[in-house]
Design a binder for this molecule. Structure first.
Ligand code: MRU
Length: 360
């Protein structure tokens, strides 16, 4: 991704220091801070505190967490996996990456485990970049069709997205935003409606920052504005990411995604989900009621965080002291509301048959 015209990944291995570096997303958009991971504890903290977030990036961070753990103690593979697996519940990429690390390492003698773990984590990192770029290419072809069908090239294309499924949610490119970047590179005139995405405001803080860095025209909207904009003919397509997709095509993503899909369906607006195949949980027959939904701290809802004019991060209360809060962080969009799943292997209908064919 471009940051101040320089290329960055959200996370990378630093061979000089033998550490992992990452963009600290808890500081954006106010401060651009590079943090360092040098232990299992630091990797667990980075995921749990959301210094890194977004399903694919959580997976890559966990893979490096295994390396950092084994570097300190080659006998602690199972313990490291257990601790990393407990950091966040919803994104299945976390478990996908940990299983891949376990499989790669289980027959490796303890003395060689750390080296093998680093090799595997670096492979996962590299593959994530290639996968997201491929998602972008497939999705750009979809948006080119939507643009052509709209029949008015001078009008451009208005895309609505929710949360941050951008380069910041992956190693590079992103999933939903990869589609936007690749479509823009094809010369499609785009404008993005960005849902603020309460309570943590990943849309306002991260997606707007990322799109701004890439020069993509965008407008920040409150979470409840999307339906109105759709009714007014101001949205041509929705593109979002996924944290876990069941094998019938149900998609779990940041809370509020479901309501956007309902509004899109009601207004006959295509609703696409961009995701790597590692986000599909083939163990789950359906998503509703089966995907573990993260519940986060009440303070994220009762307070809003921002930067003061003095340059300090500060939270202010917006709800009465003692109010009862439910902070569910994700919801499930039923497959019937989804126009297509954009993956690195191509674009598929959100159906059990299509996903079964993909699995085999
Ligand atoms: O709580 P977050 O910020 O980790 O949630 C992220 C999302 O919901 C993304 O849309 C999803 O992980 C897809 S990222 C390519």
């Amino acid at each position: 991704m471009k940051i101040n015209a320089e290329h960055y990944q959200s996370l990378w291995y630093d061979p000089t220091e033998d550490t992992v570096r990452l963009i600290d997303q808890t500081r954006l958009p106010h401060d651009f801070v590079i943090a360092t991971l040098d232990s299992l504890e630091a990797a667990c903290h980075a995921i749990a505190s959301m210094q890194v977030r977004g399903a694919p990036l959580i997976g890559v961070t966990a893979a490096y967490g295994v390396y950092l753990a084994l570097r300190a103690d080659p006998a602690c593979l199972d313990e490291a996996v257990t601790r990393l697996a407990a950091t966040r519940p919803t994104a299945v990429n976390l478990h996908w990456a940990l299983q891949r690390m376990q499989k790669a390492l289980k027959r490796v003698p303890p003395t060689q485990r750390a080296t093998a773990a680093l090799r595997e984590a670096r492979a996962i990192e590299r593959e994530d970049v290639a996968i997201c770029e491929a998602i972008g290419e497939h999705g750009a072809a979809v948006l080119a069709d939507v643009w052509r069908e709209n029949g008015s090239p001078s009008k451009g294309l208005n895309i609505l997205t929710h949360c941050n499924a951008g380069a910041l949610a992956t190693v590079d490119w992103g999933t939903a935003l990869a589609v936007i970047y690749k479509a823009a590179a094809r010369g499609i005139p785009l404008h993005v409606w960005v849902d603020e995405t309460r309570p943590r405001n990943q849309g306002a803080a991260l997606t707007c920052w990322e799109l701004g860095q890439h020069g993509i025209p965008h407008t920040l909207i409150v979470d409840n504005a999307g339906g109105h904009l759709m009714q007014q003919g101001l949205v041509d397509a929705c593109v979002v990411g996924s944290d876990r997709t069941a094998r019938n095509g149900d998609v779990c993503n940041k809370v509020g995604t479901y309501l956007k899909a309902l509004a899109a369906y009601d207004n006959a607006i295509p609703f696409y989900v961009a995701l790597p195949l590692s986000t599909i949980d083939f163990n789950l027959a359906t998503g509703v009621g089966q995907i573990p939904i993260e519940e986060r701290a009440a303070s994220e809802v009762t307070h809003v965080q921002g930067m003061t004019d003095a340059g300090e991060l500060h939270a202010v209360r917006v709800a009465p002291v003692g109010v009862k809060v439910n902070n569910v962080s994700f919801d499930v969009t039923p497959a019937r509301l989804i126009t297509g799943l954009i993956t690195e292997a191509g674009v598929f209908p959100a159906t059990a048959a299509a996903l079964a064919a993909l699995a085999s």
